[in-house]
Design a binder for this molecule. Sequence first.
Ligand code: CAO
Length: 449
Amino acid sequence: MQHKVTIPDVGEATDVEVIEICVAVGDAVAINDVLIVLESDKASMEVPAEETGKVLAVAVAIGDKVQTGSLILTLESEHTEQQPVDAEVAPAPASSPAAEVAPAQGVAGTPACVDAQPTEVAPATEQAQSLMVQRGNQQGLAAQSDTAETIPYAGPGVRRMARELGVELAQVPATGAHGRILKEDVQAYVKNNLQKSGGMHSHDGGGIPAIPEVDFSKFGPIRVEPVGRIAVRSMSQLRRSWLNLPQVTQHEEADITELEAFRQKQKNTEPEGRKLTMLPFMLKACAATLAMHKKLNSSLSGDGLSYVFKDYIHIGIAVDTPDGLLVPVIRDVDTKSIWALNTEVQELSAKARNRKLKPGEMQGASFTVSSLGAIGGTGFTPIVNAPEVAILGVARADWKPVYQGSDFVPRLILPLSLSYDHRVVNGADAGRFMMALKQRLQDFRLVAM
Ligand code: CAO
């Protein structure tokens, strides 16, 4: 029986790009075989087969923009109960050139993913761009497209690695069986290019002085590991923000003795095991303060001539994951209760750590909070997550002696650091924001005012 396979729930995102097609017409697929790989501006997602069958037609092409429900392919299924071929599905992307693609090369029964050219995918890093530029210039090679005839033979892991490093697989000499490109081939190719060019850091990045490449193995044993996809993405975003925004960081301290006592009391009224951290209180206090200090909840238009004020308060929370930094977004923080925010923090951070976040769950933030409080530190300077204009860094609260009247009394002091885009936010704006935030944390009743 024929079945239409569609894009699973990717939230509200409508610009999710097809970056790899891992099957071709005629391929036999088993449950959990990866069919295609999608990528939004912050995450990638593999779409696996949910049933066994044979691919009859592929409805997407690399570079297509898809959304929940878009048709991916038609499968001759071994089962008979699932969605029939004439069921309602969102139409295939308009840019899809054909209903099927030529079979990808691969070992029998192991389809090789066809991926987009690095020039088509947002380049992973400026270093990667550098590699591509060097190759084009030094070897006189024009960018080639991965047509069916020139599809390099490599597995998904190698393709992913190549994409992260910005390497065109067609240029990599293969040493594997039957011309298969191995991870080692990609590493050797990158190393070779680095040596030829004097190092990836030699790319001047638009006039920025280069950091010389160092052969660390001269000084002792080393181990080289590829940077993961999430880390590559955040590197690129951090560098972009750092280079484009004149950033200033302002520090403040809030006395959260009463708030902490309240939190502990609330925690204790809950069934055993229910967690309630300081972060939901921080988010709520930030939302109340942003509502009054709207510049910190704005963005600068692309031409730099207008402020875009947002009537919503969506706050991103920086989450530390084994794969790197991810920033899921909690929407309409101003309208939610502390308990609701607490649940969302727990759920989104768990999803981030399990790589289960959907692209839509990482979009639309108007402000970000980066809390390192559970880890430690007395303060740090977070980098603004452009095009947002401000980010709050929260360090570890500590008991300090505070002079009150005639005595020092122990108070729980929370260090706060606000980094902001100085083109949009002045020191006075930031100072007022921080004072208002501090007041709300010191007397949480103000949040309700
Ligand atoms: N001061 C003192 N203790 C704090 C604190 C602070 N500022 N913030 C949190 N804690 C406490 C919590 O209250 C909790 O203690 P209890 O069990 O006694 O209540 C404990 O630390 C553990 O907190 P948590 O980390 O599990 O939860 P959280 O809500 O504070 O933070 C999250 C959630 C997702 C933000 C966090 O886990 C995380 O990933 N932080 C790292 C963010 C990061 O990497 N930022 C840097 C980005 S730039 O590189």
